[in-house]
Design a binder for this molecule. Structure first.
Ligand code: TXA
Ligand code: MG
Length: 370
């Protein structure tokens, strides 16, 4: 009898503990931190703020910080445990490697087994700046960064906050974009906060990022080199240094060259329809697209002046401005109360190439208007 009572009692305790633990794990997984946003001067970052942020990196924490392209979610690239925390914080698929950020060529050379002559020339031309090179990884960099690959993607960002943070941490910083996986990349600190609040201790707020899309990724492992992702450095500029650069026709191919190519990206919650080869100025056509895709439409376009009868989110006056505002506009779309976003495509040249790459990945539907 005693035995039975004891068993019942211990079973009850066991289940109570089990549910309590599950509840606490769920609660704390989402809100482990009281996330702090600290404003920092983007041109002359305050030393104490950088020191505080660098200390967190050295302690193996993950923080949000601005680069010239988009906000990054950074951790010590030599610390496997810290890298794992990045993947946890943003729910990143485990097979998608992250980019390593350095503040000097010396640090880049230490991170790879061979910094080729072409890598040197590209670094001279584009660093600091939005060009990422894939090179053979050295043991200095944690294998977790590359998720099973023998290579590493590496870049030197053109942003004083990022550069000072890396310098003060004393280690290269691994950082994907600081959004929840699948969401539009963050170009303002508030975007990072909305996605990762409670999951990281600190976000450095250096204002809006200037480029607005991520870096161009090129693999120097292959010969000729291959473009893995269009981005802040245009293909036209890159080809001046790599005339035989291979530019795949389809970046979301069935057989991805870079793990990041196979995942759906950047999507707003609101249904997004990308219109190519046509203007979205005709209210009748817009209404009919709206009806077809579920309701009240808003047009995302670059020339709002002739559209008095339509709701419009202005993307910018030229391809560079459109690039800078693109991701933020997708988030504005989600904050507004429309049912369908109708995005007017732009010519895929110069910055337009990277914009259209992101637009195609973000869109739920692509239609051709005539
Ligand atoms: O501008 C940027 O590049 C931003 C800022 C924060 O620097 N970072 C960024 O990281 O966009 P992420 O993780 O969102 O994109 C990295 C891309 C992915 O498509 C990934 O698959 C690819 O680079 N990548 C990383 N390491 C690679 C490697 N070793 N080989 C091939 N592709 C790699
Ligand atoms: Mg990303």
């Amino acid at each position: 009898m005693q035995e039975v009572v004891y068993n019942k009692f211990s079973k009850t305790i066991f289940f109570y503990c089990f549910f309590l633990e599950t509840y606490l794990t769920m609660a704390f997984e989402e809100k482990k931190y009281n996330t702090e946003i600290v404003k920092v001067d983007p041109l002359n970052p305050e030393k104490e703020i950088i020191k505080k942020a660098a200390k967190l990196i050295v302690l193996g924490e993950v923080i949000g910080f601005p680069t010239e392209t988009v906000y990054g979610l950074g951790a010590d690239a030599t610390n496997s445990h810290a890298i794992n925390k990045i993947f946890e914080a943003k729910n990143r698929p485990q097979d998608n490697p992250v980019i390593v950020h350095v503040h000097s060529i010396k640090e880049a050379e230490k991170s790879v087994t061979e910094f080729s002559e072409l890598a040197e020339r590209l670094a001279k031309a584009f660093w600091p700046g939005p060009l990422t090179m894939v090179l053979p990884r050295s043991d200095y960099i944690s294998p977790e960064v590359s998720k099973g690959l023998s290579t590493v993607a590496i870049r030197m960002p053109a942003h004083s906050v990022a550069l000072e943070l890396i310098k003060n941490s004393g280690v290269p910083i691994a950082a994907p974009s600081a959004n929840l996986s699948g969401k539009p990349s963050p170009t303002k600190a508030i975007h990072v906060f909305k996605d990762l609040q409670g999951r990281i201790p600190l976000i450095l707020d250096g204002g809006s990022t200037l480029v607005g899309v991520e870096s161009t990724v090129v693999s120097l492992i292959n010969n000729p080199p291959v473009l893995l992702r269009p981005g802040g450095v245009t293909i036209e500029d890159l080809k001046k240094f790599i005339p035989n650069l291979i530019v795949p026709e389809n970046f979301s191919s069935e057989k991805p060259l870079s793990p990041g190519q196979k995942y759906r990206h950047y999507s707003p919650e609101t249904k997004l329809v990308l219109v190519i080869n046509g203007s979205t100025a005709d209210p009748k056509k817009i209404d009919s697209i709206g009806r077809r895709f579920g309701g009240q439409p808003v047009v995302l376009c670059s020339n709002p002046d002739h559209r008095h009868d339509l709701h419009v989110i202005h993307l910018g006056n030229n391809p560079k401005e459109i690039q800078a505002n693109f991701f933020a506009s997708l988030r504005i779309l989600d904050d507004a109360s429309f049912d369908v976003g109708i995005l007017e495509g732009i010519e895929p040249v110069g910055p337009g190439f990277a914009v259209m790459n992101r637009a195609k990945k973000a869109a739920h539907k692509i239609i051709v208007l005539d």
